[in-house]
Design a protein around this ligand. Structure first.
Ligand code: HEC
Length: 110
């Protein structure tokens, strides 16, 4: 009986620690996107903001963008391209990966 309780406690602690990680990653990416990207790409990724339109930011949900590989999208974020600023100095590679996943998960165009 004792042994069982001892085994159960660490298991519940572990689940408690592990479960929040996926949601955490998602909200991290959402936060980073909001802080750094929304100005040009809009909250929905459409790029419909005045700045986005002026800069010709493509709709991040479009096939044209989505058909590119994770590596290619990550590279644009890290090194920039055209009027897209480079974020490599500001955003960690880990977070760039999360941002790419976030872009993949944007709700589709209506
Ligand atoms: C100052 C405006 C601006 C900001 C801020 C900005 N972008 Fe961009 N982004 C652009 C423009 C303009 C392009 C199109 C670049 C080109 O191909 O000429 C682009 C392109 C991209 C692309 C490639 C899609 C394509 O055009 O093929 C990705 C991915 C991307 N941005 C993600 C992000 C992320 C993530 C952030 C925040 C960390 C961000 N951008 C912040 C303006 C911006």
């Amino acid at each position: 009986m004792r042994v069982r309780i001892l085994l159960l406690i660490p298991a519940s602690i572990l689940t408690g620690l592990l479960l929040p990680i996926p949601t955490q990653a998602q909200s991290d990416a959402a936060k980073i996107f909001k802080t750094n990207c929304v100005l040009c790409h809009s909250a929905d990724g459409s790029g419909d903001s005045p700045t986005g339109k002026a800069m010709h930011a493509k709709d991040l949900r479009s096939d044209e963008v989505q058909k590119q590989s994770d590596a290619a999208l990550g590279e644009v974020i890290t090194k920039g391209r055209g009027k897209m600023p480079a974020f490599g100095a500001k955003i960690k590679p880990d977070d760039v990966t999360k941002l790419v996943a976030y872009i993949r998960g944007l709700p589709p165009k209506k």
